[in-house]
Ligand binder design. Sequence first.
Ligand SMILES: [Mg+2]
Length: 416
Amino acid sequence: MIKLDRRDFCRLALAAPVLAQTRLHAQTFSASKYPYFGRDEAYEAFRIIGEGLKIVKIESFTKKSLAVIRIQTDDGSVGYGQISPHDADISSMMLHRKVAKHFLGKDPAHIDDLNDECILANRKFPCTFIYRALSGVDTAIWDLYGKIKNKPVVELLGGRVRPIPAYGSSMSRDITPEDEAARMTALRDSKGFNAFKMKIGKAAGRDQDQWPGRTEKLVPTVRKALGDQIELLADANSCYTPPRAIEIGRMLEDNQFFLFEEPCPYWELEWTAEVANQLKMPVGGGEQDNEMAQWRRMICMNAVDIAQFDIGYLGGFTRALRVARLAHQAGKLCVPHNSGISLVSVFTLHLLAAIPNSKFMEFTIEAPTETARESKAMYAPQLQVTDGSVKMPEGPGWGITINRDWLESATYEKSE
Ligand SMILES: [Mg+2]
């Protein structure tokens, strides 16, 4: 396997013109030219549909872990979106209390401004549940656009429906190195995965391992079992201080890993930047980060080489496209966080197929959780990995249908 240092990686990952912009990037951000909410002077707000419609109703269908959002315009058009999973009932409450009023009566054509006005209005409440709720409305508007234009969302952005390569993502720290290697080998053979991610260290573990020696055993064991042709990623979930992260990173480099995700507590950008600066391999992160200014800092200071936003945590598809754009301007790839199989996975497919700086999609290899079972019952068609790729749903909007029975069994609420 070819071993790349960070500079080579950037050079190969993206076209040369983008790299030329990279070096300019830090200088371009003078105090007067900072992008506001990720919108710089060159940013062109999305204008997917013509003006003239009005949002008249926002409905939520909520279970504890998942919530589907339906918006309706005054001509009877509808679009479906989804709030970020996990404690979706809390996000649903935020939707009706803190978010819906900033969309009702407004023209859905102005999705950038609607997003920004909602965040500005909630500036005293900078919490995850605002962003999670916003993601429900924003993704419903993109579905509405697709239905009005009779095109998949990806085509509204100039891309096309195509299979997206997936990496098999382990969510488990309780699994032994031997068992992890065995299940990944089996999945390589049965599903054709060409890449896998494993959990290392202990989540927010202050340099501790899940049990002593697990990470040092896991990394070479999986590499040896899978061979040199499989790309490997490691996620430390905010575990390490910089000195320990650099030690672990060197071991990952010795084992030809592709990505070191969230090596340090994610809020300690300077720690992560120090690790990225010391290592040759790419460092990634950002799944929890939902503020555009934080993304600008992360990208400008090269804390991360790879942007790993979560469309649901970040506040929706529009904001994810903005981060992808900032990352692209800086010559960085996007490998979004996507730990489940809900509609966030569908949104992620459309995004990856639409942007120039995508690589592959995270796809869980865990046995179905309660949330995953609900996700399966919620929409069709289900996403499958075949020959290492996920087939994108076709059809207008997100290309999926929401199961009526699921909607009827959920708690209903509306704002109008
Ligand atoms: Mg992660």
